[in-house]
Design a protein around this ligand. Structure first.
Ligand SMILES: CCCCCCCCCCC/C=C/C(=O)SCCNC(=O)CCNC(=O)[C@H](O)C(C)(C)COP(=O)(O)OP(=O)(O)OC[C@H]1O[C@@H](n2cnc3c(N)ncnc32)[C@H](O)[C@@H]1OP(=O)(O)O
Length: 301
């Protein structure tokens, strides 16, 4: 019976939950996927390492100093995720960081400061695109959070099915946008509500709270807190448990849970871009970002 279940689990629905939902999927070249037992691809900001024998792909952010999500990062992540989504050998994806002490500092503030309206539009579309790929992935997604994870970094973790955070009080996680004088868009908010519930999200987003590992665990923002050197191994062990569930049943269940949130974003995508461009290009918001960047630099010196 167990063997039968494992065989069934190997049967994978093709494409992300997005394409399973009847939307046309996009095809990308599978250049780095051969028949070796391990496939690796490294680009400047992201390293993808798929172990064909286990079915686990580790996607490592490697953009020092803080893995900020600029255009290069967003593009490389999108390409990497598309390839994995189409790869039948991959059943689960672990997101983690190769940069010490930081999972991701979130969106690159320099992509939201002093740029043209066209740049803001392209940037925001890419941010939306990455979230859609992460949130709608048909694969099992586990965040192995081995460093600080504010704003967009927290959003990537929230898009996963399971979150493991390193037990270090300096590794805070949360949607801190309000503290920068900006606003977490509705789909950031939805991702938070879907994880911790409405009441906690309401307070969390208005205050821009950054949670310590203990507090993040308490409110359900993360599922497990483990010693720092055990984050990746725990993620792999956990993945094996998820693998016990037949893929088709898990994927349909995941789609059922996430489809309303994804549909809401798709229905409001263009308005959301307009809102972002209008908001971020305001003088007052540009001033807030300038001051925030200056504050980050002062903190260093
Ligand atoms: C009607 C409603 C409409 C709504 C419309 C939408 C509105 C806008 C929505 C925008 C959503 C935004 C999401 C985001 O993700 S914003 C980014 C938020 N991120 C942060 O606040 C994190 C800031 N960084 C930190 O807290 C620390 O850097 C960190 C804890 C991550 C690491 O600390 P550490 O001490 O290790 O490193 P440093 O602080 O010294 O940083 C090193 C250098 O990196 C630069 N840096 C840091 N973060 C960023 C970033 N996010 N983008 C760009 N650059 C960043 C930092 O300035 C240092 O640079 P220098 O070495 O040059 O000094």
């Amino acid at each position: 019976m167990a063997t039968l279940l494992r065989k069934a689990a190997r049967v994978s629905l093709s494409g992300s939950l997005l394409s399973a939902g009847g939307r046309p999927g996009r095809l990308y070249a599978l250049s780095y996927f051969g028949s070796n037992s391990r496939n690796s691809s490294t680009s400047s900001k992201v390293k993808v390492d798929l172990d064909n024998s286990s079915g686990i792909a580790v996607v490592k952010f490697q953009g020092p100093p803080v893995n900020s999500m600029g255009m290069d990062f967003l593009t490389e992540m999108a390409i990497g995720l598309d390839k994995l989504e189409l790869d039948k050998n991959c059943r689960g994806i672990i997101l983690t960081s190769a940069v010490p002490k930081v999972f991701s500092a979130g969106l690159d503030i320099m992509d939201m400061y002093g740029k043209t309206l066209e740049h803001y539009e392209l940037f925001w579309r890419s941010v939306q695109d990455l979230w859609l790929k992460l949130y709608s992935s048909s694969k099992i997604m586990i965040a192995a959070i081995n460093g600080a994870s504010p704003a967009g970094g927290c959003l990537m973790a929230l898009s996963c099915d399971y979150r493991i955070l390193a037990d270090n009080p300096r590794y805070k996680i949360g949607l801190n946008e309000a503290q920068l004088g900006i606003v977490a868009p509705f789909w950031f908010k939805d991702s938070m509500v879907n994880t911790v519930g409405y009441r906690i999200a309401e307070e969390s987003i208005q205050f821009g709270v950054m949670y310590s590992p203990a507090d993040a665990l308490k409110i359900g923002l993360v599922d497990q807190v483990v010693p720092e050197d055990k984050v990746l191994s725990t993620a792999k062990e956990k993945m094996e448990k998820w693998f016990d569930i037949p893929d088709h049943a898990r994927q349909i269940s995941k789609s059922m849970m996430r489809k309303p949130t994804i549909d809401r974003m798709l229905a409001n995508r263009e308005t959301d871009i307009k809102n972002f461009v209008g908001f971020i290009s305001k003088d007052s918001i540009q001033k807030s970002l300038e001051m925030y960047m200056a504050m980050l630099k002062m903190k260093k010196g």
